[in-house]
Design a protein around this ligand. Structure first.
Ligand SMILES: [Zn+2]
Length: 201
């Protein structure tokens, strides 16, 4: 039961644990966007038996998200570049992909910046070796940019099942005059508090 936490503005913020969900519900910080889902989750929490579906909750008050920089480690670089060689464009499984320094470290390139590291297939990486891309007629498909914490794209790459739940949600909520529906059900969370009693130990 992955739990997707949205800002009050419906901006995706994070995927949180069930325990964190209980805390937020108890503090009346979040609401469900769907009454039926709310009833189901309350029952699941009470019985401690959980289904696999994605739960979406929304903060009742918008929070300002600080722009924190993520570290450009291998995992995050693979997510940013979508497992795609940034020179030839081939998609591959992680073991087939390497991290290439655009300007080689031996030639003064930054060894650990977002801008100087890209995903490359083994073939392109060995062709590039100790050269600049242009020297071996390679060209980056897009400029490598840093990724910030609230970057929903990265969140959805990490949790693909959460992306489709979010898209379903937007298509069901937005046609009804913005977020009005979400506001209406927001107050329903008060009713679940008694059901949650004792779960937050
Ligand atoms: Zn390649």
């Amino acid at each position: 039961m992955p739990v997707l936490l949205l800002n009050a503005s419906l901006q995706p913020l994070n995927v949180i644990s069930r325990r964190r969900l209980v805390v937020l519900l108890t503090k009346e910080r979040v609401a469900f966007l769907d009454d039926a889902v709310q009833a189901m989750v309350v029952e699941e929490l009470a019985q401690r038996r959980f289904s696999d579906g994605v739960i979406v909750v929304r903060l009742l008050r918008n929070i300002v998200v600080p722009r924190r920089m993520l570290r450009p480690n291998r995992r995050n670089l693979l997510l940013r570049d979508e497992h795609c060689c940034q020179y030839c464009g081939i998609h591959a499984a992680p073991p087939e992909l390497t991290i290439d320094h655009v300007i080689p470290v031996s030639r003064g390139g930054n060894p650990s910046s977002w801008e100087n590291q890209v995903v490359a297939c083994k073939r392109c990486n060995s062709r590039k070796a100790n050269h600049l891309p242009a020297e071996v007629h390679l060209r980056l498909r897009r400029p490598p940019r840093p990724v910030v914490q609230e970057y929903a794209h990265l969140l959805f790459l990490r949790y693909p099942e959460v992306r489709s739940a979010y898209e379903d949600l937007l298509s069901s909520v937005l046609p009804e005059s913005g977020v009005g529906r979400a506001d209406r059900v927001g107050h329903a969370s008060r009713g679940v508090l008694s059901a949650l009693g004792g779960l937050q130990s």
